[in-house]
Design a protein around this ligand. Structure first.
Ligand code: CP
Ligand code: NVA
Length: 308
């Protein structure tokens, strides 16, 4: 049994195997109606709980569809509707859920909730986003980059904006997959120093560059994310927007990256804020493939967790 809690805590060989399996499973389904099951049904007879303490479109739908394609069943639960949201401990919830289901995916706020769930569950637990990381997203992102451009090792990825949870998982991936990561954003929103340290210790070149135009020079991939994450207070919105405006990814900025640079965004995007529609809908953008690959990557993650 394997938990999938974070990219930096998962063995690099396992991460590579997950991506390879995701690509193979994607190829095997090419042209097939979305509602039909895979040829092999590795999750037949398995029940998966998807717990959400924050909103979600992609994570919710891609996990649900992925489980069904693999022959399993799902239940989608809102944290607020569970006793979890009304005082029952995470540990007790984990113990009880483990008696009913074979796998738990949880999207929550503090990463300590995820850790406590994993510590007390006797079934695998998957991180569907916390305030501090979003590993399933970045597995899909690595898969998407490689689908379009080949191995990501040695490439230059530029993160523009807030050094948030998704940026943290990119730093983990830089260390584990061996690519360089340049962060460009205001000092107040720098990436987590612990994770910058992790990536550097693993041999990745991590650069902090305040000037976005200089940051994107030679970039193979430019990535943006919302300026106000779900865990950020709405009262900080104006201050964050003012700090982040110079880091908008627009056609002018993309024009300074490599001519074949890709653009990614985990979505949901705020068009005209962190990225312009011109870039989102432009020829360098692979955001819809990126969203689709959540499905394939997570199917492979679930198989790895369950050893099936
Ligand atoms: N990218 C992502 O996780 O999207 P959702 O919040 O819609 O799940
Ligand atoms: N950084 C964003 C990602 C959403 C998928 C958030 O945490 O809200």
């Amino acid at each position: 049994m394997n938990h999938f809690l974070d990219i930096h805590t998962t063995d690099p060989a396992d991460l590579r195997a997950i991506i390879d399996q995701a690509s193979a499973m994607k190829r095997a389904r090419q042209g097939r109606p979305k509602g039909t099951p895979d040829d092999d049904r590795p999750l037949a007879g398995r029940m998966v709980a998807l717990i959400f303490e924050k909103p979600s479109t992609r994570t919710r739908v891609s996990f649900d569809v992925g489980v069904r394609q693999m022959g399993g069943q799902t239940m989608v639960l809102s944290g607020q509707d569970m006793q979890l949201g009304h005082g029952e401990t995470i540990a007790d919830t984990a113990r009880v859920m483990s008696r009913y289901v074979d796998l738990i995916m949880i999207r929550t706020f503090d990463e300590s909730v995820l850790a406590e769930m994993a510590d007390h569950a006797s079934v695998p637990v998957i991180n569907g986003l916390t305030d501090r990381s979003h590993p399933c997203q970045i597995m899909a992102d690595v898969m998407t980059f490689e689908e379009h451009r080949g191995p990501i090792a040695g490439k230059k990825v530029v993160w523009a904006g807030d050094g948030n949870n998704v940026c943290s998982s990119f730093l983990h991936a830089a260390g584990q997959f061996g690519f360089d990561l340049t962060f460009t954003g205001p000092m107040q929103l720098d990436p987590d120093p612990e994770y910058v340290g992790f990536a550097r210790r693993k041999g990745a070149r991590v650069t902090i560059e305040r000037d976005p135009a200089r940051a994107v020079e030679g970039a193979d991939l430019v990535v943006a994310d919302t300026w106000v994450s779900m865990h950020d207070s709405q009262s900080s919105k104006e201050r964050r927007h003012n700090m982040l405006r110079p880091y908008q990814v627009n056609a002018e900025l993309m024009g300074k990256a490599k001519p074949d640079a890709l653009f990614m965004h985990c979505l949901p995007a705020h068009r005209g804020e962190e990225v312009t529609s011109e870039v989102m809908d432009g020829p360098q953008s692979v955001i819809w493939d990126e969203a689709e690959n959540r499905l394939h990557a997570q199917k492979a993650i679930m198989r790895w967790c369950l050893g099936v």
